[in-house]
Design a protein around this ligand. Structure first.
Ligand SMILES: NCc1[nH]cc(CCC(=O)O)c1CC(=O)O
Length: 340
């Protein structure tokens, strides 16, 4: 028969006196041993731009997010700059009449995205501007590249986005972020930017972009939802493939990417970690529209504490080795961090 206090000894025999809970006991020890922190320096704010003046249009699939006309965007950018957010990433929703098979409007030096960049640089000069060079906001079929028959043509698309990258740099973009997953695009863009004298304009590669279901609300936000025929599986990475994602990122590193992105974020934390370990380059996770919507909508329905889950997911990217996060929560988080 065992003595009444033998249970204590039983646990000590099992743990060898190592008790993890000692360091969790008080708030001050928890603070002292906390391994990762989220700060305002980690945030990149993705925004949606629309034509017109003085317009702010809520996006139903993304509660709390609106498309903004350039003037409103400039105001919002001042706010972001004031909060200390380092950079903004712009995505245009252009008129349907301006979209065509090859996305030619992306080459217009005065297109919506380039006008937004100029306005941002004027309104908030210390805020970094990151522009996407994919064709999807500009094509009548919603694909990221030039569509010939059933095929998204690789090399012609690369030529096209190289021109677009130069136009974006001319408008003042600090970082070009190609998101269309064509082969050879990073090296080609680097060469074209350098030839045009933009050695200082960086490239943040959407290095591992998965063929994901999490982009749904974004396609509503830029109005490609009804346009897109088929899916993007012939150019985005299969969601089952981690090692292939690493090979793809390795090519971008060789071709001269300055920073790498993993997209979506939360379902791909393993990729964030592997990429950070493999290359040591700055790595960013894109917490995409569907991830944002899941949190906001679950919170609205009372299933989760939205603010708490927002902070937890953002911190998970830091734990997974990311240097920063593109997140639609940027303003909300920055405001919260400023108070604490
Ligand atoms: N170039 C495509 C692009 N640029 C940004 C996103 C998604 C961003 C998000 O979901 O928040 C996508 C994905 C897509 O439409 O296939």
């Amino acid at each position: 028969m065992s003595e009444p206090n033998d249970k204590t000894h039983l646990v000590d025999r099992i743990t060898g006196h190592r008790r993890m809970r000692r360091i969790r006991k008080a708030e001050w020890t928890r603070r002292l041993v906390r391994e990762n922190r989220l700060t305002v320096d980690d945030l990149i704010w993705p925004v949606f731009v629309i034509p017109g003046d003085n317009i702010e249009e809520p996006i139903p699939a993304m509660p709390g997010v609106s498309r903004m006309s350039v003037d409103r965007l400039a105001e919002a950018a001042k706010k972001a700059e004031g909060l200390g957010i380092p950079a903004i990433a712009t995505f245009p929703n252009i008129e349907l009449e301006k979209r065509d098979m090859s996305g030619s409007e992306i080459l217009n030096p005065d297109n919506l995205i380039n006008r937004a960049t100029r306005a941002l640089k004027k309104a908030a000069p210390s805020l970094g501007v990151i522009t996407d060079v994919a064709l999807d906001p500009f094509t009548s079929h919603g694909h990221d590249g030039i569509l010939t028959g059933d095929e998204i043509v690789n090399d012609a698309t690369v030529d096209h986005i190289c021109e677009a990258a130069v136009a974006q740099a001319e408008a003042g973009a600090d970082i070009i972020a190609p998101s269309e997953m064509m082969d050879g695009r990073i090296g080609a863009i680097r060469e074209r930017l350098d030839m045009a004298g933009f050695q200082d304009v960086g490239i943040m590669s959407y290095a591992t972009k998965f063929s994901s279901g999490f982009y749904g609300p974004y396609r509503e936000a830029i109005s490609t939802k009804g346009l897109l025929k088929g899916d993007k599986a012939s150019y985005y990475i299969d969601t089952a493939n981690g090692t292939e994602a690493l090979r793809d990122a390795a090519l971008d590193v060789e071709e001269g990417a300055d920073m790498l992105m993993v997209k979506p974020g939360l379902p791909y934390l393993d990729i964030c970690w592997r990429i950070k370990e493999a290359f040591g380059l700055p790595v960013f996770a894109y917490q995409v529209s569907g991830e944002y919507a899941m949190i906001k909508m679950a919170a609205e329905r009372g299933a989760i504490d939205g603010e708490r889950v927002m902070m937890e997911t953002l911190l998970s990217f830091k734990r997974a080795g990311c240097d920063g996060i593109l997140t639609y929560f940027a303003i909300e988080v920055a405001q919260k961090l400023a108070k604490s």
